[in-house]
Design a protein around this ligand. Sequence first.
Ligand SMILES: [Zn+2]
Length: 456
Amino acid sequence: MATKARGRKGRAPYGARGTRRGRTGPLGRPGVRRAIVGAWAVVVAASVGFLAMRAFDERAFVPSQPVSEPSRPPAVAAEAPPSAQHQSPSRPADLPPAARAPLGIAAPVDMPGQTASSVPPPSAVTADEIPYDSRPAWVRFAATPPKGASKPAIAIVIDDVGVAKGELGALLKLEAPVTFAVMGYADNMRDFSRKARSGGHELMVHVPMEPMGKADPGPNALTVGLAPEEIVKRLRWHLDRQEDYVGVNNHMGSRFTADGAGMAVVAAELKQRGLLFLDSRTSADSVGEAAAREAGLPTASRDVFLDNEIGASAIEAQLVLAERKARESGLAIAIGHPHALTVEAIARFMPQAKARGIVFIPLSSAVARRSGLPPPDQVRVPEKGQGGAVMPSSSSPAIPPPPPRPTRVAVPLPGTKPVPAPLPPTPAAGDTEANGDAEATGADGTRSGSPLPPRG
Ligand SMILES: [Zn+2]
């Protein structure tokens, strides 16, 4: 008996159109009365269900006409038709088909003008996707600075990127924005460069220049004995190997950057390309920033070397020094290298310093600030058909458009492809400069002289 009742109980909800809720109420007693009450409950439940379906349907698919009484004009019937609510309790048998009717007719009858009318939202198109963009490269390829312009800011630059490919993955995991100075002679950096930029980082080209000591700066380095044409030729060789960068800084170069004539040649070429120049300041005698400013480039000098001494506590001390300088003057430019200890220290430092009120900015924003220019993201995009200079540059009236670039393809999402297998470094394998850049700096890695005060 008990089993049989349970069996009926189990079957009944599937046969009835109602819900379980309709059956659970009056199920206390067996017999005929129970069957009558049950049937009535099914009817009531079906009505309730119908009302619920109507309410849902009318919200989702606004019917353009009443289901069974076309007494109202379709325009008004966009509201829930009151007639349907009237009739529904009295005609439970028709309910399911009638309730579904609006589903079928809703699509064709409904609001003819609204199907494909979605207005494209104002897109966050990146600068380099604008084919008519004539802004200089240091603006076009600049990473967007975070908000908080009034906070003390640090720009972190990682030099010597791309010499050892095994380091690239860790660099991409750094919190943005960090600026990566890709070694000019490094091969196969396209994948890294795109991932870095799509991850909010910024790129520069790290150009090898002659040091005072015996260290080899690498292939096609700029040296003081070269004719101007050869300097330009070598510089172009580096610049043309990389892409989507905002500017240049020197690898080593304590000798070459002290040579005014040579640096003037470099600055003129960078000016032609709309690039900025960061003086790595490997020598207190460097004239790099002065030559760049003379040529009308956005320019600045490095404030702190992070890893002249490679050790966790030493690097942390330099990061703290950078933070102190940022608090004192508003901005610090710090250069490190892709050593594991450096990258780990930076990764730990960035969130902590942010919590203390420091903001990290891309180098382009830092250089703009030092050069009295607006941040790159505040430069207006020219309207289609309008070319010409858009920078309120104080220096030169016309900024020549950057050289034509290959058409951009879709930027791969970060992490979609593994970094390609490490390639053997180009000739100068041993010159990755644990201390090459720092050869002529003081033990604290700070520059000894600040040729120009920060300009806000
Ligand atoms: Zn370097």
